[in-house]
Design a protein around this ligand. Structure first.
Ligand code: TYM
Length: 336
């Protein structure tokens, strides 16, 4: 029996942080045995906001190295670079011509990012979710493991596949594209900023202290946790909307320590911040230590990594070329 297919990706913009790991990559690792897993480094997405051409390739390699450092296994998963498989751009264009503009104008992330960009908003930023739909639909993905912030984009990909492609160019018995399901694991789905428990931890926050990057050295992790926003209450608790910082930090502690929520409560419910923060910093340092050791080894051997990415590209192209042909044929293009 064939395994269900998984596709996901992270943008190579700056360092990956705890949210990227707990919301996405950690869950990818767990799917590798039960699923046919494809993970791409979405470099075409990284140019939807102004980027530095001297950093793009470096960040792309570093992101791929982090996938492996976090436990992605080259014998189980296909890892590749999005821009190396040209079908992503081609399918994006085909889907562009089928997607109503107002579906994109509604996207929350576009609205948020567009405000920050002012007059300089690119067409690419608006079009970003269609490229993401192309990434997913090209691989006939059954499941897409992502954080909560990508839910609306996933819904869009489903609508494009179902309403704009399958129902117009296919039939119920012969759909053109597979309609994917999101996989959002509640625990890590929304890791919040260290400086504001109501805002998402994000690469684009100008305050470095708002996030823990996966490659932050131990002393920096300790410093960031020490400075993380707190509240005047004593004791820690989950899910109290009046105490977003307490809830976020306790949640992070529960995930990285691997303890059940009740055990975490037994341990921390009556702790003051002064006792809890070193405990959390320690757990983070210990959890990230093996990731950082693996990363150093992998990045020291770039040639091997580039070779693995080439093999990934070939496997990805094999699948993607079949889908793109199916869509071209269904839409009525003259055969090449
Ligand atoms: P990106 O690069 O912003 O984030 C990568 C993954 O990390 C998750 N994430 C978080 N999860 C929990 N808490 C947070 N604070 C947090 N911040 C980020 C994101 O949900 C995501 O899963 N558009 C996507 C990349 C993409 C993609 C795709 C994903 C392009 N094509 C195809 C899946 C399938 C993005 O910008 O993710």
């Amino acid at each position: 029996m064939t395994k269900p297919r998984v596709l996901s990706g992270v943008q190579p913009t700056g360092s990956l942080h705890l949210g990227n790991w707990l919301g996405a990559i950690k869950n990818w690792v767990e799917l590798q045995d039960s699923h046919d897993t494809f993970f791409c480094v979405v470099d075409l997405h990284a140019i939807t906001v102004p980027h530095d051409p001297h950093e793009l390739a470096k960040n792309t390699i570093s992101t791929a190295a982090l996938y492996y450092a976090c436990g992605i296994d080259s014998s189980k998963s296909t890892v590749f670079v999005q821009s190396h498989v040209s079908s992503h751009s081609e399918l994006c264009w085909l889907l562009d011509c089928l997607t109503p503009l107002n579906w994109l104008e509604r996207m929350i992330q576009f609205k948020e990012k567009a405000v920050k960009q002012g007059d300089n908003v690119s067409v690419g930023l608006l079009n970003y979710p269609v490229l993401m739909a192309a990434d997913i639909l090209l691989y006939d993905a059954d499941l897409v493991p992502v954080g909560e912030d990508q839910k609306q984009h996933l819904e869009l990909a489903r609508n494009i596949a179902q309403q704009r492609v399958n129902s117009r160019f296919g039939s119920e018995e012969k759909p053109i594209l597979k309609v994917p399901e999101p996989l959002i694991i509640k625990e890590g789905a929304r890791v919040m900023s260290l400086t504001d428990g109501t805002a998402k931890m994000s690469k684009s926050d100008p305050n470095e202290g708002s996030r823990i990057n996966l490659l932050d050295p131990p002393e920096l992790i300790v410093k960031k946790i020490k400075r993380a926003k707190t509240d005047p209450m004593i004791g820690l608790e989950f899910d109290n909307p009046e105490r977003p910082e307490a809830s976020n930090l306790l949640n992070i502690y529960a995930i990285v320590s691997g303890l059940e929520r009740q055990l975490v409560l037994n341990e921390c419910a009556s702790m003051g911040w002064g006792k809890f923060k070193p405990l959390l910093a320690d757990a983070l340092v210990e959890t990230l230590r093996p990731v950082q050791t693996n990363y150093a080894e992998i990045i020291a051997n770039k040639t091997e990594l580039i070779d693995i990415l080439k093999q990934g590209r070939e496997k990805a192209e094999e699948v993607a070329s079949k889908t793109i042909k199916r869509v071209r044929d269904a839409m009525g293009f003259l055969e090449a």
